[in-house]
Design a protein around this ligand. Structure first.
Ligand SMILES: Cc1cc2nc3c(=O)[nH]c(=O)nc-3n(C[C@H](O)[C@H](O)[C@H](O)COP(=O)(O)OP(=O)(O)OC[C@H]3O[C@@H](n4cnc5c(N)ncnc54)[C@H](O)[C@@H]3O)c2cc1C
Ligand code: SF4
Length: 326
């Protein structure tokens, strides 16, 4: 491991100042991704700014009926919180489908959003990887790409975002609250993660000096009738091949609000807005769900090892909806 300086921030302002003063520094949450990447020498921060003692570990109801989740709330605490289990079951299910109990006890909300891809070549410095070393090439396109993207990819990178939690938050229209040297701002989660384009080394639209302080979940009747379905190679302790976060609100026998977000298919959690619009005002039945799934995957493109994901994603959407109250 490369030597680094360890600092513990005692306030949000101090954390932001330390980061602004040292562009080579990184915030440290639970460390479950960052420390692994440092051991592999994929990430080499010169300073770690430990933010885990900051007062950002609360889950609070918002006046508008939604919920604010502090950036340092641990994944286990979030998954089991009564407000989340009751009003946003898709989020609780997504968290419990991720990693292991020990990892969830360490992992934070902010760190989970910013965890990096699990592309094998990204973790192995012997291989070319545009995300790790811009301009070096992408070993996955002509290599092993079973776990890679089928939507939104580019010639530079076909990696997927690995978070389960972020997929559920995408279906829920979450808003990421951040603070930086120039003030605070709110970033809708749809605009938080990026597609790879020609700069796959940049995962998100967060600025280098910005700290995630919270994530807000707006109120929505559909959120209480929601489901996360994750398909993976093992029943636990494995990342999603494909996952679907769905939510449904019915009115007078018709779909009033349908939400679909997919995981394991793109560089960011993938919201299927066109498919959602196709469901609005329709009856809830298998044919309509399949039609929507076809729309959601219309632009999908597979590679040598991952074409199976296209049909798998369609079936995952249909099955996830079929487990909701209609
Ligand atoms: C074996 C294994 C299996 C796993 N399986 C799954 C799985 O199935 N599903 C899944 O979703 N995840 C899985 N994970 C990933 C795990 O969920 C993440 O490692 C974890 O959520 C990261 O959170 P953290 O707090 O530990 O982040 P850290 O490792 O501390 O940080 C991650 C990144 O976020 C930055 N950061 C942290 N907090 C903030 C903040 N408040 N503001 C700005 N930047 C910040 C750090 O600088 C770093 O760049 C797995 C991990 C392992 C090791
Ligand atoms: S898919 Fe992206 S992360 Fe994986 S090797 Fe290619 S450039 Fe690197």
């Amino acid at each position: 491991m490369i030597p680094f300086v360890y600092s513990r921030a005692s306030s949000v302002a101090e954390a932001i100042r330390l980061k602004a003063d040292n562009p080579g520094a990184k915030f440290l949450g639970g460390g479950t991704n960052l420390v692994d990447l440092m051991k592999y020498e994929v990430e080499e921060p010169v300073q770690l700014i430990d933010v885990t003692r900051l007062p950002l570990a609360r889950i609070e109801p918002l006046q508008n009926g939604g919920v604010r989740i502090g950036a340092l709330v641990r994944n286990s605490d979030l998954a089991l919180h009564s407000l989340i289990v009751k009003a946003y079951p898709v989020l609780s299910q997504a968290l419990l489908a991720g990693a292991s109990p020990q990892l969830r006890n360490m992992a934070t909300t902010g760190g989970n959003l910013l965890q990096r891809t699990r592309c094998y070549y990204f973790y192995d410095t012997a291989f070319a990887c545009n995300k790790r070393e811009p301009g070096s090439g992408c070993s996955a396109i002509g290599g092993h790409n079973r776990i890679h993207a089928i939507l939104g990819q580019s010639d530079a990178c076909i990696a997927t975002h690995p978070s389960d939690m972020a997929v559920a938050m995408t279906a829920l229209d979450a808003v990421v609250q951040v603070q930086g040297a120039s003030g605070s701002r709110s970033i809708p989660i749809l605009d938080f993660h990026r597609l790879p384009g020609t700069t796959p080394d940049v995962d998100t639209n967060l600025q280098p000096d910005e700290l995630i302080v919270a994530v807000d979940l707006p109120p929505a009747p559909a959120a209480a009738n929601s489901r996360y379905l994750k398909v993976r190679d093992r029943a636990s302790y494995a990342f999603a091949l494909v996952s679907a976060a769905v939510a449904l609100e019915m009115q007078n026998g018709q779909i009033r609000d349908a939400r679909i977000a997919l995981g394991g298919v793109a560089h960011k959690p993938w919201r299927a807005l066109e498919a959602e619009r196709a469901l609005a005002g329709q009856a809830f039945n298998a044919a309509k769900l399949r039609e929507a799934a076809e729309i959601a995957l219309r632009s999908a493109q597979g590679y040598s090892d991952n074409r199976f994901k296209i049909e798998l994603a369609k079936r995952t959407i249909v099955r996830a909806f079929s487990e909701l109250r209609a």
